[in-house]
Ligand binder design. Structure first.
Ligand SMILES: Nc1nc2c(c(=O)[nH]1)N[C@H]1C(S)=C(S)[C@@H](COP(=O)(O)O)O[C@H]1N2
Ligand SMILES: [Mo]
Length: 370
């Protein structure tokens, strides 16, 4: 009698035609994913994310900016309009700060149903060290007039979104713009910004989701009313129905992620780990709030235990955590969730909204222990 092959531990996945529709990703999603890379979660081992592994998101094309000709124009409702070249900006007071950036669409692919847009699972993150000059210094020098209401930041990139030809633009109210952590940055991890990260100069708004940190910053215009640009009024809104105004997407919501333990199966990314003690590690962040607690579940969310918290490099940088897991044979679903200093806890269910923004549901990792 011949012996039957044992069932595979990591079976190959079924053919596309046999799969559930949430698992069928579209050509456009693939195209977006190839342009906009994510940070592999094992890179959370580095307290400061190396530039080449930091996530990336660009709506249109990376524009061609000649740094020699570059000028940042500050105008509108100001008493002293400015036109600064890169050296003028570098000559100003400088500051270096570690800041965790996260794309507002991070978690989108965990939603069911989901909109066709950048299909992040949880890898739209990074924690680089940025060098630049405080935005407030520039605003003070330009001198905002009394009628000032909004500050509009324009990038050098253009494209079409929602059938509207546009420059990438975002705005801030005066209170936010004058916060001391807001910066204009020209270096990432001690080197000039790479073209894809906004060379030669970008805005960096620590605590805000990434869309607010305008790359290839071209101009700062002070206006006397609420800015009505596409990236403010139509995109980046928490809505339940496509087209309704909803609420604006602003600050980063609380999230923890773990470095998946053991070794991965190439296709499914499920894990294989050995029986015994594993030190689970990861990072947690909550925009401008602190992290008060991180909990780990080793049984798919039935029970939660506290992880040990480490020190963060800055108020706006992620916080390390660790947890000792005594792994016993069999399949396990590991999960982690964080609580911020305002008592917001990550949900274990999807945070559904029509644009797929801010879905901070707790991460799950499938692991086979042998
Ligand atoms: N000019 C411009 N700025 C931009 C974008 C863009 O497409 N154009 N994308 C935004 C979005 S959605 C995110 S998440 C961050 C990503 O920054 P990174 O690519 O340096 O990680 O840049 C923001 N700034
Ligand atoms: Mo983003």
């Amino acid at each position: 009698m011949t012996q039957k092959d044992p069932a595979p531990r990591f079976p190959s996945i079924p053919d596309i035609s046999e799969r559930d529709s949430v698992d069928q990703f579209h050509r456009e999603e693939l195209q977006l994913a190839l342009r906009n890379r994510g940070m592999p979660l094992e890179a959370m081992r580095y307290p400061i994310t190396p530039s080449g592994i930091h996530y990336l998101l660009t709506h249109f094309d990376i524009p061609d900016v000649d740094a020699g000709q570059y000028r940042l124009n500050v105008g509108g409702l100001v008493s002293n309009p400015l036109s600064l070249n890169l050296n003028d900006i570098k000559a100003r007071p400088s500051r270096t700060m570690a800041v965790t950036m996260e794309c507002a669409g991070n978690g989108r692919s965990l939603l069911n149903p989901r909109v066709i847009s950048q299909p992040w699972f949880t890898e739209g993150i990074g924690n680089a060290e940025w060098t630049g000059t405080p935005l407030k210094g520039i605003l003070d020098e330009a001198g905002l007039k009394n009628e000032a209401v909004n500050i509009v930041f324009s990038g050098a990139d253009q494209g079409i979104q929602g059938d509207e030809v546009q420059v990438y633009q975002r705005s801030l109210n005066l209170e936010e713009a004058n916060r001391e952590e807001m910066m204009l940055v020209y270096e990432m991890n001690g080197q000039a910004l790479q073209p894809q990260h906004g060379y030669p100069l970008r805005l960096l708004l620590p605590g805000w989701y990434g869309m607010a940190s305008v790359k290839w910053l071209d101009s700062i215009q002070v206006i006397g009313e609420e800015f009505q640009g596409f990236q403010m009024t139509t995109s980046y809104r928490y809505t339940q129905v496509k087209g309704e105004p909803g609420e604006p997407v602003t600050l980063i919501r609380v999230r923890a992620l773990m470095v998946p333990p053991g070794i991965p199966d190439t296709v499914t990314r499920n894990r294989l780990a050995t029986t015994g003690t594993h030190l689970l590690t990861g990072r947690a962040w909550a925009g401008r709030l602190g992290i008060s607690r991180v909990e780990v579940s080793v049984d798919g969310g039935l029970g939660w235990s506290d992880a040990t918290l480490g020190e963060q490099a800055s108020t706006f940088a992620w916080r390390p955590w660790s947890f000792e897991w005594n792994a016993v044979p069999g399949w396990h679903t590991l999960s982690v969730r964080a609580t911020d200093t305002d008592e917001n806890v990550q949900p274990v269910e999807q945070f559904w909204n029509a644009q797929g923004m801010g879905n901070n549901m707790a991460q799950q990792v499938r692991v086979l222990v042998e």
